[in-house]
Design a binder for this molecule. Sequence first.
Ligand code: GRF
Length: 224
Amino acid sequence: MTRAPRKRVVVLISGRGSNMAALIAATMDPAYPAAIVGVISNRADANGLKMAESHSIPTRVIPAKDHASREAHDEAIHDALKEMKAEIVCLAGYMRLLTPSFVKRWQGRMINIHPALLPSFKGLDTHARALDAGVRIHGCTVHFVTQNMDDGPIIAQAAIAVANDDTEDTLGARVLKAEHRLYPLALRLVAEGKVRMSGARTVFSGPAEEPAMSAMIVPGERNG
Ligand code: GRF
């Protein structure tokens, strides 16, 4: 049976790029249904750019300061995505809010990873806030991007137990490890067309057992 062509994915980053690296690693498997065809950063000093280049992935730096407005900046990103023939956009630590018209154009085809179990702890400093709140279970979420920040339909989540002696750093490190497993899994579901956005919900298709793949419990491990 001939395999469907791999979906063309462009990753948007602003910094370290470790989730981008996890996605690149997943695409090394020829059976993976997506290929990373480009990386766009709004910052020239984003470390992830070097890593993408070391894999011969085309990169573009599109700084906000080169554009008169948010709209113009997002328009430039949209043009770059079109040039790269992106079919799916993955936000991976992209630290700028996107304009409603940009989000609308990519709705259902743009996903984000957030370091908390949404809808809890939207926004920044999620690990410190989770510790402050005393939650016993924390984790990460991949969701479709919609107009409101960290608010779109959920595709996949990974849960991890909070240890009594966790600090922001130790907890954050375990969540990040889970992110690196979760994001490739979620992108696979989207690329294979096994999940799609329908209004405010994610619709899962395929055999009944498959949706379970999108819920990952990371067994308790000690820190480090
Ligand atoms: C990750 O924790 C991600 O969930 C959040 O920003 C961080 C980016 O890290 N959106 P990296 O650049 O992927 O290493």
